[in-house]
Design a protein around this ligand. Structure first.
Ligand SMILES: [Zn+2]
Length: 470
């Protein structure tokens, strides 16, 4: 390893000088088109060769960390949890890149027999192309993915034939003398090989689907967390059913309460300004919040899975500043904190100047099941006219916030769906209690009179109202 390490060190120094010249001294900015193009091609070649070194080294780390005895593993000796952590720390790449390196390494790993003799790599020709700098990690994975997915169903001789042809394509030495294939084209060709070799339709679809199922939550960026993945059809159908169940009441004549009050200037309900995908988001939020509070989920440290939001008490009262959701890097608005706190437990933690915990206090603000049932009986659905989300899917909102002295009492609690609860601070709809009866004021553009109107969709209360009139 001595000479290799010395050479690498020297090469890195040369590269550093090159980067400095290219970037700091503006050589790249001033380069003629042809030079720029060539420079990119050379840099690409250097990248592929560096990737080859990394792939081989990662494979060696995998090999030295595969002992069943924990203390014998290289990763353990380096104080790392696993190969990914070691690679991330050494190369400063993201977990996804470390995983790609490991996948590439496994495809071209040279294992040793017990007598110390090397065994051929799974894709020996691709390994050669990698070492020659003809193919990089992207190209290697583009080939390895489809070929390895065939598993044991294809004889080794077929696999090796595919490996040889694809490696030749990668080098530009393929049968039709095409230029070296880039990663995307290699993937297309590898898929064609796997379709041809794995005649039985590759893996059974179910097995493939099971392998592909997944949900990925990305890193929070610009206030949202990207979600991607693939659901099994029955899971997607279940999600759709839940969305339908929450969404359907709006078609059952929402806003009945307003109509019962018969003000000719007011339509039956306010159109929902949300897009379809925003509605789906809010329904998922509803379902998650119902599930979390159902007490049917496994507990964490004895408590139901609870959203933990931390915020400074002054900021909640002032409605400014930021809050932090445990496990999320970016801060969220204090409105999110107020929403979480409205139907949850608030734990006040007083910190001293130096950060020491001085005092802890808890305030239960959960409406109990009897209160909840009574409120559901009084309000029917989410009390925002036209919403119609049924009580079972609703949260209970403290009309006067606890921070301003509002009690956890039925006279201060109303049904709101997740969406209207979360955005009640926007001030579009206003809610007040009038002798224990919720009243709402619609936005001005919708109801210019700004009248406060009692609301309910409770069947029994509507019936009572009709009886009183007849
Ligand atoms: Zn609602």
């Amino acid at each position: 390893m001595g000479p290799l390490l010395d050479d690498l060190r020297e090469t890195v120094e040369r590269l550093r000088a090159l980067a400095s010249g290219g970037l700091r001294d503006g050589f790249i900015r001033r380069a003629a088109d042809a030079s720029l193009i060539d420079e990119i091609a050379f840099a690409g070649e250097a990248l592929r060769l560096v990737e080859a070194l990394l792939v081989e080294s990662a494979g060696e780390v995998i090999r030295r960390s595969s002992s069943p005895l924990r203390d014998e593993r290289l990763t353990t000796r380096m104080g790392c949890h696993d190969v990914s952590e070691l690679l991330q720390r050494l190369t400063r790449v993201a977990p996804a890149s470390a995983a790609r390196l490991q996948r590439g390494a496994r495809a071209v790993l040279v294992e040793q027999r017990l007598d110390g003799e090397p065994l051929p790599a799974r894709l020996p020709a691709m390994r050669e192309a990698l070492i020659d700098g003809e193919v990089g990690l992207d190209g290697l994975l583009a080939v390895a993915g489809p070929l390895e997915a065939m598993g044991e169903r294809v004889p080794t001789s077929d696999l090796l034939a595919a490996d040889a042809v694809l490696a030749a394509e990668a080098k530009g030495e393929g049968p039709d003398a095409a230029p070296p294939a880039c990663a995307d084209l290699l993937r297309v060709q590898a898929l064609a090989w796997s379709a041809a070799l794995d005649q039985d339709g590759a893996e059974p679809r179910e097995e493939r689907a099971l392998a592909r199922r997944g949900i990925r939550l990305g890193r929070v960026r610009d206030g949202v967390v990207p979600i991607s993945g693939a659901l099994l059809p029955e899971v997607a159908a279940q999600l759709q059913r839940i969305c339908d169940a929450i969404d359907s009441p709006r078609s059952q004549g929402p806003g009945v309460a307003f109509r019962a009050d018969a003000d000719p200037g007011i339509g039956p309900f306010l159109p929902d300004a949300r897009t379809r995908s925003q509605r789906h988001h809010d329904m998922l939020a509803t379902a998650l919040s119902v599930a979390a509070s159902s007490r049917l989920l496994p507990t964490i440290g004895g408590a139901p899975p609870t959203l933990v939001v931390s915020v400074r008490a002054e900021d909640v009262i002032a409605g400014s500043g930021w809050a932090h959701v445990e496990g999320v890097d970016e801060p969220v608005s204090t409105a999110a904190a107020r929403h979480a706190g409205c139907a949850g437990v608030i734990q006040r933690v007083l910190l001293g100047e130096n950060g020491r915990i001085v005092r802890i206090g808890t305030e239960e603000r959960l409406f109990n099941k009897n209160q909840r049932r009574a409120i559901a009986l009084r309000d029917g659905n989410c009390i925002i006219p036209g919403c119609g989300i049924p009580a079972a899917w609703c949260e209970i909102h403290h009309v006067i916030d606890h921070a301003h002295g509002g009690p956890t009492h039925t006279d201060n609690g109303v049904l709101l769906c997740w969406h209207h609860h979360r955005f009640i601070d926007d001030g579009l709809w206003k809610i007040r209690m009038n002798r224990g009866v919720p009243e709402v004021q619609a936005p001005k553009w919708y109801d210019a009179t700004l009248r406060w109107r009692p609301v309910t969709t409770s069947r029994s209360r509507l019936l009572d109202r009709v009886r009183r009139r007849t």
